[in-house]
Write a protein that binds this ligand. Sequence first.
Ligand code: AP5
Length: 218
Amino acid sequence: MYIILLGAPGVGKGTQSKRLMTKHGIPQISTGDILRAEVKKESTLGKRVKEIMANGELVSDDLILEIVERRLSQADCAAGFILDGFPRTIPQAEGLDEILRRLDNISVKVIEISVDDAEIIKRLTSRRVCGNCGTLYSILNKTLADLIPCEKCGSKDIFQRRDDTEETIKKRLGIYHETTAPLIGYYKAKGDFHSINGLQTVEEVSADIAGLFAKQLT
Ligand code: AP5
């Protein structure tokens, strides 16, 4: 199972990746999570990307491709992986093609999750994240106090991402439409491309994704 989850910020890529990871035991490779971990560690890489990420801009293709190639070469990726938030540009997609060729000609299924911009702004301004285990929460129908401690790990560190302000979300959406959305045509032309309505409930989106694999197995 080799999957690319494609879509704008906030469509639910992280949410669905985590569910797929739990269900199928394959790793979620989130370039955003990898970079945020480096920022948290205050590593050299983290210091380089901290302000770029906070401003909602993209990190350079070369750096991202280096990170992804290193990660995909690890043993736990041999039986499958879910790419979440990568690729995001045509050069990244071309670089990934090369990496997959080197990794025994792996072919990937590309699943686009689509949600309109107004809903995305609502979701991301309400998103809160557990700083310890990464569990995603929303304060849409809850208060922050309801979310503490984290129901999964008990941590009290429930925070809002620096790039989840309305101004930065709008900037991220602009970059998505201009730079990442062209990947839809790129992957449609290759064949194994599927689009899913992300305005459904989390469970319904998961069921649609599962349906794509059920078809493959029959
Ligand atoms: P990254 O971390 O990848 O962020 P993103 O793509 O902007 O996506 P998000 O994590 O914001 O959203 P998501 O689609 O995962 O939604 P989620 O499941 O959380 O990237 C961050 C930054 O890192 C970039 O801006 C860039 O600087 C850098 N970067 C990363 N990768 C890069 C790359 N390849 N190249 C260059 N730079 C890169 O859901 C959102 C909210 O909605 C949650 O609260 C969730 O609970 C809720 N929700 C989810 N599904 C549903 C549903 N069906 N109904 C209602 N609510 C839902």
